[in-house]
Design a binder for this molecule. Structure first.
Ligand code: ADP
Ligand code: GN1
Ligand code: MG
Length: 357
């Protein structure tokens, strides 16, 4: 056990001025612990990786670095115009450091930027969706098989349903009684799995970001333009319908993901239209007809699947997502199911927006 203050340890490890270093938490991610490490000359984003979620952190770094390199080449020839958040090497030419059983990495800090937990305007939605589209387009010629499956079956609803059924059977913390209605609701929705299965072989496997949450986008403080796509930890092969759906999930509601004001949770139709417009524009020459059709399923599946994951974690005793209070994951699940229900109820109008692609 070493007792060196963490800001000193990290500054030394990543070659910063350790005498004047300070550290403070930033962001609102649910998985890693994200901090800003500042010295008078340089700031870095440092992250303590959640090794329950990412048991092999080196795989995550390997994936991100391959993507950084690919995007850098595109940037040099003017084919990618967003900033790239690069990993920073240690003085030992490594990308991970261990301190008292914790694993840390550092990323270049993108100054003059901000992130949002809730989309404020239609133009913000279109800007962010367009940037996620540019990111996807720039990786269209990257061989998805080069990426490690950092979290196998990450967006596999059938597997998530199996884990859920096991957890409700064992009910380790006797919590099912507190959420029977949500449990029954989930069990009634698993025909979504058949809808997904029907797509197999029809939609191409792409490099997916897999976490296209609004707070994984950095905006320019000055212009409000998109600055960088961040949080590349779950970039893996998958279907773009998931990236589209996760934008719908996190951009469309005017409420935070854990809001308990369920009557206010729902899809803002103008934001949905802006996502479609923004995301499709950079991808229009590569999207297949089947892919375009699959986006509606993505819009339904993502709020449901993330809700299912929150509910599973609540029943399981909150081992995965970080929580601030005992029913936090249950609140999040209820919120996501309210959003999912609203999306399904607006099927006609939302699907019509998609047919215009
Ligand atoms: P998590 O995996 O916990 O979601 P993220 O990588 O998404 O962590 O970072 C959490 C937050 O930290 C982001 O929403 C953003 O506000 C801020 N952030 C992350 N990386 C950077 C960066 N390179 N430059 C500036 N801010 C960043
Ligand atoms: C987690 O790390 P963060 O907060 O960006 C989760 C996503 C969920 C999201 C729900 C590795 O993302 O899959 O959609 O929470 N990341 C992981 O808000 O599980
Ligand atoms: Mg994040």
């Amino acid at each position: 056990m070493n007792s060196i203050p963490i800001e000193v340890y990290l500054s030394e490890s990543f070659g910063l001025d350790d005498k004047h270093a300070s550290i403070k938490p930033i962001g609102s991610g649910h998985i890693n612990t994200t901090m800003l490490l500042s010295t008078p000359k340089r700031s870095l984003v440092v992250q303590k990786l959640n090794t329950v979620v990412f048991p092999k952190p080196q795989l995550l770094v390997d994936n991100a670095r391959l993507i950084e390199q690919h995007l850098s080449k595109k940037q040099q020839v003017g084919e990618f115009n967003l900033a790239i958040v690069r990993h920073v090497a240690t003085t030992q030419h490594d990308y991970l450091v261990n301190n008292n059983d914790d694993t840390w990495r550092a990323l270049e800090f993108i100054g003059g930027s901000y992130s949002e937990d809730v989309v404020n305007t239609v133009s913000q939605a279109q800007t962010a969706a367009n940037a996620f589209g540019q990111f996807a387009a720039a990786l269209e010629d990257f061989d998805a098989n080069k990426l490690h499956a950092v979290i196998p079956n990450f967006h596999n609803l059938a597997m998530r349903a199996e884990v859920f059924k096991q957890v409700i059977n064992t009910d380790p913390h006797k919590r099912v009684a507190h959420c029977q209605e949500e449990v029954d609701f989930c069990l009634s929705q698993f025909s979504l799995i058949d809808e997904l299965n029907a797509l197999a072989g029809k939609v191409p496997i792409r490099v997916c970001h897999n976490d296209t949450k609004i707070n994984n986008m950095l905006f320019c403080l000055d212009s409000n333009d998109a600055k960088a796509v961040i949080d590349l930890d779950t970039c893996m092969p998958g279907y773009w319908l998931n990236d589209f759906g996760d934008m719908v999930r996190t951009f469309c509601s005017a409420e935070q993901e854990d809001s308990t004001a369920l009557e206010k949770v729902g899809v803002r139709e103008d934001i949905f239209a802006a996502i479609v417009k923004g995301y499709v524009e950079p991808l229009k020459s590569v999207l297949t007809a089947a892919e375009k059709q699959s986006f509606w399923l993505g819009a339904k599946v993502m709020p449901f699947m993330i809700g299912l994951r929150f509910l599973t974690d609540y029943i399981d005793g909150d081992n995965y997502f970080s929580i601030k209070h005992e029913r936090h994951n249950l609140d999040r699940a209820k919120n996501q199911f309210a959003l999912y229900r609203d999306i399904v109820s607006k099927q006609q109008v939302l699907k019509a927006m998609l047919t215009q692609i």
